[in-house]
Write a protein that binds this ligand. Structure first.
Ligand SMILES: [Zn+2]
Length: 228
């Protein structure tokens, strides 16, 4: 039985790092919308060309296009064992579409994780976040080295991470994702993790929560199976 996980949480909550670890340890495909969009553009898929035309006109990518891109990715063989979604769904329309896609794929339960971190802590984290000036790698939590762990480049403060910008990004995130959280909150597979803890603690809690949620889950596919 596969497993599908949605990682929700504001920028700076550390969900990207956790998503990567989970994907590695559980053999799941990590899907972040930024990455698959870039890949789709590279491959020049028809739907990616639609997305590119929109972006070139300075428009946001609409739900239908985003859903088509994610759907395309989810239907490939390497997503069969399950996926970890980071940055999707962003709207209720996307969440509804995802339910339909998962039902079609029939590959195990969907666990939704909300990584919660208080605003002051997020501001503190984001305002001290550093990035490699050569390769763009983010400094890991607690990494104080002046050189990039990947390429040895010079680590610098992220230009867009001053307090005001951070607060504005958080506000936008909360406004946009509240309806999606409400969409999932009532499900038996919805779990909240305290993202203020050290990354290893978060990882441990996540593992427990995901296993627990998956064990109470009915598969997303709700039709016919029960009758067999
Ligand atoms: Zn680097």
């Amino acid at each position: 039985m596969g497993l599908n996980v949605i990682m929700m949480g504001p920028p700076g909550a550390g969900k990207g790092t956790q998503a990567e670890r989970l994907a590695r340890e559980r053999g799941l495909l990590k899907i972040s919308t930024g990455e698959i969009l870039r890949d789709a553009l590279k491959e020049q898929t028809p739907v990616a060309l639609v997305a590119k035309a929109k972006m070139d006109r300075g428009e946001l990518i609409d739900d239908q296009t985003m859903i088509a891109i994610v759907r395309d990715r989810l239907m490939r063989p390497d997503a069969e064992r399950g996926v970890i979604l980071d940055g999707f769904p962003r709207t209720v329309a996307q969440a509804e579409a995802l339910d339909r896609i998962l039902e079609e794929r029939d590959s195990g339960p969907l666990v939704v994780i909300d990584v919660v971190v208080p605003e002051e802590e997020l501001v503190r984290r984001l305002a001290s976040r550093r990035i490699c000036s050569s390769c763009g790698t983010n400094a890991g939590p607690g990494d104080k080295s002046p050189a990039c762990s990947r390429c040895g480049g010079v680590m610098v403060q992220r230009a867009d991470d001053n307090q005001e910008v951070v607060l504005e990004r958080l506000k936008i995130y909360q406004h946009a994702t509240r309806p999606v959280l409400e969409y999932y909150r009532g499900r038996p597979t919805f779990r909240v993790v305290n993202g203020t803890q050290a990354p290893e603690r978060v990882a441990h809690e996540l593992d427990t929560l995901i296993d627990d949620a998956a064990s109470v889950a009915v598969p997303v596919k709700t039709t016919t199976e029960g009758a067999l």
